[in-house]
Write a new protein. Structure first.
Lengths: 271, 250, 270
C-alpha cells in the first residue's frame, strides 16, 4: 500500500498493464501460442486431408493479395456500415433501457422479461423473417446486428445499476443528495465499469450479427468475399476472408478490453 | 419470498407483451408481427407435419451430440488449463479468442470440412458451447482453495483422490459454464441449420419464407424460443440445487 | 446523566428531556419484513457534545437504530427528534460515517471529502478549501489527490470522517467505523478521535461491537440486547481522557469496566 505514495496524482495502470489484456499471459507465451497454432494449420494443410483446406501460408498469401488489390478494404467498408449503425442504435437503446430498468421497478417489471428472453433465445432465427419483411437491404442487416447486440448491453447495464454498492447510495442520501444527484453523481459512475464490459460483449455479438446477416441475407462485404470465393473454389481466399473477420473482431474487442482496464482498473481495487 | 414475489409478475408481464403483440398484429402496425392468435393457430399446423418431426429430430440429436462433446472436451480442456501452467499459457489465448470471435463466420469452413449435413450442425453446437465451459472450468480449478489441496495432501490422498477433490470443488463454476454452454449451444444449433439451410429447421425456414407463411414462421420461432428458455430454466433450477456447495465453500 | 459514579453502571433514569439533548428517540419499534423485530420500544436521549456508544452483540439492532436516527430507515413505530424537530429523513445536522467507508472509487480523496458539500451545491473552490482543512485535520494532508484504492483501510475511513466533518453537522453518526480496519491502525485512529473531539465540539454516536472501543472512547455506553433489540443498560464510564491516550488502556477503571460489561453481555453470546 505504502509504495504507491511516490507517484502523486497518477492513476497507475494504463502503461504498465498494456500487455495484460488476455488473461495476463506473458507476451512470449502468446507468441509461442500463435506460432504453434499456425504451424499446426500449415502442417494440416500440407497433409491434404481435405481438398478444400489451404495451408496457412497460402491463406496468408491470399490475404495479402486481397489487401493489396483493395478488395478487402472495400469489403470492410460495406461490412462496417450496418455494424456501426447497428451498434450505435443498440448502445443508445440498450444502455438507456438497462439503466431505466435498474432505476425503476415498474420499467424493470415490464421490460426485463423481454430482454431476458432475447438474451437466452436464439435470436438468429429471426433473421430470415426480417429478410422476408424488410428485404435484403441495409435495414435488415442493421436489425440483425441490433437483435444480437442489444440484449447483452441492456442486461449488463441493468445489472451494473443494480450492483451499485448500497452504502454509496445511502451515503449520497445521508448527505442530502437529490435523486438526480444520486443518479448522476453516484449510480452512473459506479455502474460504468460493468456497463462498459457489457458494451464490449455487445460489440462481440454485433460482429456475430453482421457476419450472420451477410451470410444469410445477401452476400455483401466480407460475407460476399467468403461466399464468392467458396463458389469459385478459391479456398485460400475464403479462409483468408474468414481469418480477417475473426482477427478483426478479436482485435476490436481486445482493444475495448484494454480501454476498459485502463479506464476502470484502478477503481476495481478501490471499493 | 423474493423469488415468489418476482415469478408471478414476470408471467403477467409476458401476458402484457402477448396482448400488445396481438393488437399490433390485428391492426397491422408492424409488418413483422402477424397477430399472435394467428401464430398460435399455425402451431398445430407446424407441429403435425412430417418435416417438423424430422427437423425436431435433427435439432435435438445435433444439439445433444454437440453439447455432450462440448461438455466432455470443455471440462477436460479446462482441467488441463487449470492444472498445467504451460497448457494454460498456450491455450488460454485461443479459448478467449474463440469466446469473443464471430463464430458464425467459421460455419462455412465447418460446412466444407464436414459436409452439408448433420455433422456440421453438431460441430457448430460444439464450437458455440465448448469455450465457455473450458474457461469456467479453468476458473473453477484455479479457485479451489489451496488449503483444501494441502489438506488432501497432508492426509495422504492419492493422485486420483486429489483430482477428484479438485473436480468436485470446482463444480459450481463448471456448472455455471455448462449453463452458459447450454444457452450458447441452442444458438449454435439454430445458426448451424440456418446456414446449412437444406436440413432441419433451416429447411423449414426456407420453405416458410418461400411460401410467405408468416404465421408458420413465427410458430416455429416460438417453438425454438420455448425450447431454449425451458432448457435455460431447467439448468438454472439444477444449479440452485447444487448451490449449497458454493455456499459451503465461501 | 453525568452521575458522579465512576464505574458503577447506572440504570437508565426516567426520561428527563434535558435542554441539551440533541437527539431524542421516543418509543421506536422497528419490524422488518417477515415479522422480525429488530428494535423494541427504544427511548433514548443523546446529549450535546457527548460521545455515546451503541454496544451489543450482533442482531441487537444497533445499526438499525443508528440508521433510523440518520433518517435512512423509517421506524415502524415511534419517532426521533433532532434539535426538537421530528426526523423525516436525512438532515444537514447529521452526518454519517459508513462501516465500509462508502468512498467513490473514481474520485480523489479531496473530492470524496468535499462530496457532502458538493451535494449541497457549495462552489468548487470553497468546498475544496473546507475539505482540505478537514483532510488535514484527520491527518491525511499530502494525500488529497490520491484515489481510495491507493489508501489503506484506516486512511480510507479517515476520508470518510473528513467528509462527515466537512459538512459541519451537529451530530456524527458512526456505524462500526473501525471494524474494517486492522488492529494497529484502529488503535491509532481511536487515539486520534479522542484528540479530534477536543477540537470539534460535536455529538458523536458510535455503533460498535467492541467493548474496549466503547469504553475507551465514550462518555456513555448504551447496551442493547438482541432478538428483539432492547435497551439493556446504560453505563457512564468516568475516565479521564485528557492525558496520554495510551495510558487510558492501562487505567484500572477502564479495565474493570470492560470486565463488568463483558460479564453482562456474556449471557447473550452463550
Amino acid at each position: 500500500m505504502a509504495n504507491t505514495q511516490t507517484d502523486p496524482g497518477v492513476i497507475p495502470g494504463p502503461t504498465s498493464r498494456a500487455f495484460d489484456m488476455l488473461g495476463g499471459t506473458p507476451l512470449i507465451w502468446r507468441m509461442a501460442s500463435l506460432a504453434l497454432f499456425f504451424a499446426i494449420w500449415e502442417i494440416a494443410g500440407r497433409t491434404n486431408f481435405n481438398w478444400a483446406f489451404p495451408t496457412f501460408l497460402e491463406t496468408m498469401a491470399a490475404l495479402w493479395e486481397m489487401l493489396a488489390n483493395g478488395s478487402m478494404f472495400s469489403a470492410y467498408g460495406r461490412t462496417l456500415e450496418p455494424l456501426v449503425i447497428g451498434l450505435v442504435i443498440s448502445l443508445g437503446i440498450g444502455v438507456s433501457a438497462g439503466v431505466l430498468m435498474g432505476l425503476r421497478r415498474d420499467v424493470e417489471w415490464i421490460t426485463l422479461p423481454v430482454f431476458i428472453t432475447m438474451q437466452a433465445a436464439p435470436m438468429a432465427a429471426l433473421i430470415p423473417l426480417i429478410t422476408f419483411v424488410y428485404g435484403i437491404g441495409l435495414t435488415s442487416k442493421v436489425l440483425a446486428v441490433c437483435m444480437l447486440a442489444m440484449p447483452v448491453i441492456a442486461i449488463n447495464s441493468y445489472k451494473a445499476v443494480r450492483n451499485v454498492p448500497p452504502s454509496l447510495v445511502d451515503m449520497s442520501q445521508s448527505f442530502m443528495g437529490s435523486r438526480r444527484q444520486q443518479v448522476f453523481k453516484i449510480i452512473l459512475p459506479a455502474a460504468s465499469p460493468m456497463m462498459f464490459a457489457g458494451i464490449r460483449l455487445g460489440v462481440a455479438e454485433g460482429f456475430s450479427g453482421v457476419v450472420l446477416a451477410e451470410l444469410l441475407i445477401t452476400p455483401t462485404g466480407i460475407g460476399d468475399l467468403i461466399t464468392f470465393n467458396r463458389s469459385v473454389a478459391k479456398f485460400a481466399h475464403m479462409y483468408a476472408a474468414i481469418f480477417s473477420i475473426v482477427a478483426f473482431a478479436v482485435i476490436a474487442v481486445s482493444l475495448l478490453h484494454r480501454v476498459e482496464t485502463s479506464l476502470f482498473r484502478p477503481e476495481k481495487r478501490g471499493a | 419470498m423474493d423469488l415468489y414475489g418476482f415469478k408471478i409478475p414476470r408471467v403477467a408481464a409476458l401476458l402484457f407483451w402477448a396482448a400488445l403483440w396481438e393488437i399490433v398484429g390485428q391492426f397491422e402496425l408492424l409488418l413483422l408481427f402477424p397477430p399472435l392468435s394467428e401464430v398460435l393457430f399455425a402451431l398445430p399446423d407446424v407441429v403435425t407435419t412430417s418435416s417438423f418431426a424430422e427437423a425436431a429430430r435433427i435439432t435435438v440429436a445435433a444439439y445433444l451430440g454437440g453439447l455432450a462433446l462440448a461438455v466432455v472436451l470443455g471440462i477436460g480442456l479446462g482441467m488441463l488449463m487449470g492444472l498445467v501452467k504451460a497448457a494454460d499459457n498456450l491455450l488460454n489465448m485461443w479459448v478467449n479468442i474463440f469466446l469473443s470471435a464471430p463464430l458464425s463466420a467459421l460455419v462455412p469452413v465447418i460446412m466444407i470440412l464436414f459436409g452439408m449435413g448433420m455433422p456440421t450442425v453438431v460441430v457448430t453446437v460444439f464450437m458455440f458451447a465448448v469455450w465457455i465451459i473450458a474457461l469456467d472450468t479453468r476458473a473453477g480449478v484455479l479457485h479451489v482453495s489451496p488449503s483444501l489441496i494441502e489438506m488432501s495432501r497432508s492426509f495422504g490422498a492419492s493422485r486420483w483422490e486429489r483430482f477428484r477433490i479438485i473436480l468436485l470443488s470446482a463444480m459450481p463454476e463448471i456448472l455455471a459454464g455448462v449453463r452458459l454452454g447450454v444457452i450458447r449451444g441452442v444458438k449454435g444449433v439454430v445458426i448451424g441449420q440456418l446456414l446449412v439451410s437444406i436440413i432441419g429447421v433451416g429447411a423449414l425456414f426456407s420453405l416458410y419464407s418461400q411460401n410467405f407463411l408468416m404465421a408458420h414462421f413465427w410458430a416455429l420461432i416460438l417453438i425454438l424460443f420455448a425450447f431454449a428458455l425451458t432448457l435455460a430454466d431447467v439448468i438454472a433450477r439444477l444449479e440452485t440445487r447444487i448451490e449449497y456447495y458454493a455456499g459451503a465453500r465461501a | 446523566m453525568n452521575m458522579p459514579s465512576t464505574l458503577h453502571s447506572t440504570e437508565r433514569s426516567p426520561v428527563a428531556t434535558t435542554p441539551e439533548a440533541v437527539i431524542e428517540v421516543r418509543g421506536v419499534h422497528k419490524v422488518y419484513a417477515g415479522n422480525i423485530t429488530a428494535l423494541q420500544n427504544i427511548d433514548l436521549d443523546f446529549n450535546r457534545g457527548e460521545m455515546t456508544s451503541l454496544l451489543g452483540p450482533s442482531g441487537c439492532g444497533k445499526t438499525t437504530l443508528l440508521k433510523i436516527i440518520a433518517g435512512l430507515l423509517k421506524p415502524t413505530k415511534g419517532d426521533v427528534a433532532v434539535n426538537g424537530r421530528p426526523v423525516a429523513g436525512p438532515g444537514p445536522e447529521r452526518a454519517f460515517v459508513f462501516q465500509d467507508f462508502a468512498l467513490m472509487p473514481w474520485a480523489s480523496v479531496l473530492r470524496n471529502a468535499a462530496f457532502g458539500l458538493e451535494l449541497q451545491g457549495v462552489g468548487k473552490s470553497e468546498r475544496e478549501d473546507r475539505a482540505r482543512h478537514y483532510v488535514n485535520e484527520v491527518g491525511l494532508s499530502g494525500f488529497e489527490d490520491k484515489y481510495p484504492h491507493e489508501l489503506s483501510g484506516g486512511m480510507r475511513q479517515r476520508v470518510g470522517l473528513a467528509r462527515a466533518l466537512a459538512v459541519d453537522a451537529d451530530v456524527l453518526l458512526m456505524d462500526e467505523p473501525f471494524s474494517a480496519v486492522d488492529e494497529q491502525t484502529r488503535r491509532k485512529f481511536q487515539e486520534d478521535l479522542i484528540r479530534l473531539r477536543e477540537i470539534e465540539k460535536k455529538t458523536f454516536i458510535l455503533v460498535t461491537h467492541s467493548i474496549e472501543e466503547a469504553v475507551y472512547l465514550s462518555d456513555r455506553i448504551v447496551l442493547l440486547s438482541p432478538r428483539p433489540g432492547r435497551l439493556n443498560k446504560i453505563v457512564t464510564p468516568e475516565i479521564d481522557r485528557s492525558g496520554d491516550p495510551d495510558l487510558i488502556r492501562r487505567n484500572p477503571e477502564y479495565l474493570d469496566l470492560i470486565d463488568d460489561i463483558w460479564s453482562g453481555l456474556r449471557a447473550y453470546v452463550e
